[in-house]
Design a protein around this ligand. Structure first.
Ligand SMILES: NC(=O)C1=CN([C@@H]2O[C@H](COP(=O)(O)OP(=O)(O)OC[C@H]3O[C@@H](n4cnc5c(N)ncnc54)[C@H](OP(=O)(O)O)[C@@H]3O)[C@@H](O)[C@H]2O)C=CC1
Ligand SMILES: O=C([O-])CC(=O)C(=O)O
Length: 262
């Protein structure tokens, strides 16, 4: 399987490293023109590094998006339309209805759109439980103040002055995913798996006592109750992003080529 990466930042690089440890092969990277030289320098010459979507599509069987909401919106539909399966990290982009519609329409006749759990756990149970009816789904994210820098959180809470775990946002999964494109992709995946973007409730917290990303998921329905917590190590290159996220992308890609899928 020839694997392509769209967006080679912290997640893309971690994904490639783990995929290759697991025996997979990255054959192409699609980046922005402004960062091609930097990306080229980080990769062996056998990997195509390009900003040309057609050339990228010709070089891969499967694509993994690690490029942020705008990157998924720009490239996702074209990659799917070329018949290439697309595993996405920036799931929160689907909280924008036209983007969700464009991706679903392209997947209808093209490659499959794969939405992995990313840094969260429990999406299998949530998705299964939905068939019997979900009454409540709540997600809470707790990250160090530095993980919220450069985001809308800076206008909601004084990240330099926070001394204890503090909630600075409460709302729906749609509101969270659109307002925090670098930090609330997991709740978009939970919403798509379970109760939907409106009914899935979200709280976001800054916690100066933690260096990990803490994800909590609670659900209640006809199936019973679910309560879980992921205390995730973050990537050195980006404290917003949990290591579990690129690991989840690797699992999703490898499962596409397996006969026995767990
Ligand atoms: N599902 C999940 O669990 C998680 C999902 N995410 C999502 O993954 C994304 C990537 O995370 P991370 O790697 O840590 O972020 P980074 O900021 O480290 O990397 C993003 C990369 O995407 C590139 N990029 C931006 N726009 C485009 C574009 N139009 N085409 C191609 N490449 C582009 C950037 O390139 P440049 O150098 O030019 O800026 C950069 O290299 C996040 O933005 C978020 O949406 C993140 C964490 C968890
Ligand atoms: O990596 C994480 O901890 C989760 C994250 O940023 C996201 O969902 O966007």
């Amino acid at each position: 399987m020839k694997v392509g990466i769209i967006g080679y930042g912290a997640m893309g690089a971690a994904f490639r490293s783990v995929l290759e440890d697991e025996g997979g092969k990255v054959t192409a990277v699609l980046g922005r023109a402004s960062s091609l030289a930097r990306t080229r320098a980080e990769l062996p010459t056998s990997v195509l590094v390009t900003d040309d979507v057609a050339a990228f599509c010709a070089a891969v069987d499967v694509a993994v998006e690690c490029a942020g909401h705008e990157g998924l919106r720009l490239h996702g539909p074209r990659v799917l339309a070329a018949g290439i399966d697309l595993v996405v990290a920036s799931v929160g982009a689907l909280a924008d209805a036209p983007t969700e519609a464009a991706l679903r329409a392209a997947a209808e006749t093209g490659g499959r759109l794969v939405i992995p759990a990313g840094a969260l756990a429990g999406l299998d149970a949530l998705s299964a439980a939905r068939a019997a009816g979900l009454e409540e789904v709540r997600y809470t994210s707790r990250k160090a103040p530095r993980a919220w820098r450069g985001t809308k959180a800076e206008t909601m809470i004084d990240l330099d002055a926070v001394t204890q775990a503090t909630v600075f946002f409460e709302g729906s999964a749609r509101e969270a995913a659109l307002a925090f494109p670098q930090n609330a992709n997991v709740v978009a995946a939970a919403a798509l798996a379970g109760a939907g973007f409106e009914a899935t409730r979200v709280a976001l917290m800054a916690d100066p006592q933690t260096s990990a990303n803490r994800h909590q998921l609670e659900a209640r329905g006809a199936f019973g109750e679910l309560s879980l917590q992921v205390l995730a190590r973050t990537l050195e290159a980006n404290p917003k992003t949990s290591l579990l996220a690129p690991l989840s992308l690797v699992r999703a890609v490898l499962n596409l080529g397996r006969k026995v899928i767990v």
